[in-house]
Ligand binder design. Sequence first.
Ligand code: TXA
Ligand code: MG
Length: 315
Amino acid sequence: MAAVIGTDLHAAERLLTAGELVAIPTETVYGLAANAFDATAVLNVFAAKQRPAFDPLIVHVHSVAQVREVVREIPPEAEALMKAFWPGPLTLVLPKHPRIPDLVTSGLDTVGVRMPAHPLTLELLRALPFPLAAPSANPFGYVSPTTAQHVMDQLGARIPYILDGGACSVGVESTIIGREEGQWMLYRPGGVPVEAIEEVIGTVRQQVKQVLPVAPGMLDSHYAPRKPVFIGDIAMLLKEHPGRAAVISFTRTFDAWRNEVLSASGDLNEAARNLFAALRTLDASEADVILTEVFPNEGLGRAINDRLKRAAAKR
Ligand code: TXA
Ligand code: MG
């Protein structure tokens, strides 16, 4: 049975209440949602995504008040960040409330929470008596979905309903930060630039590569198309890869088999919005390889470079 794509909030509400999975739109990427208090429903999320159990889920809420049902305490700096960036693409990792099943957090005593900035999903969350645990709605390790059709293409056979909220306006996942020994750490660069976060709480330490994946979004290979991806200087890469080379670049085209320019006007936000759709399109094309530039390492450029490096990492 294939999923239905639609905008019926009542249908979404009914299914989620019955413990079923529903794909939901957010401003970053589409999520695969389940009742965050229902361990059985959450187990189905892991199964549908073929996601390993060591990879914890983000819990989505409609208000700061609802965060208190999910976490044990909200430090003052976290509250300041919620005020500054919610609803929006920032996930805060905070001490977990005991009512959140261990499966959601993969046994960690912390939980990632965020309030997504999408009107349909906020309306859905407000209608439900529970928060929604939702990872990105893609098979584990693959590129995240930024349209309802992307979800349909890969998970359509495994879920009953996809709530269609149009194309995602940010296009890369949320920024994730957490506190370790009193120091805020960046676990994943994302939709809120780390520069903006530092304006609110001061220095955020960039996580150095770690042995255990605290955030499996930090696994070396992730967000990866099936075709080989190489990142670097395009002119040089084109010499190394004759044949059908598809190029992902920021502003300009190259003498290649195919070009995907992410923002002709040089806008990193626009580039982020176009990134995952470009990777999917090229992955489905006749290209032999995907070659990509390194983007300016500022604002959303950091998230773009992070995703491209992981897409290009050896598997
Ligand atoms: O923008 C987003 O964050 C999207 C939308 C749907 O909200 N969600 C998303 O979820 O990207 P996912 O599961 O693909 O990535 C969530 C990342 C994972 O790498 C996970 O390990 C990390 O968040 N994470 C979740 N809880 C955590 C925790 N307690 N400590 C450290 N990392 C955590
Ligand atoms: Mg993901």
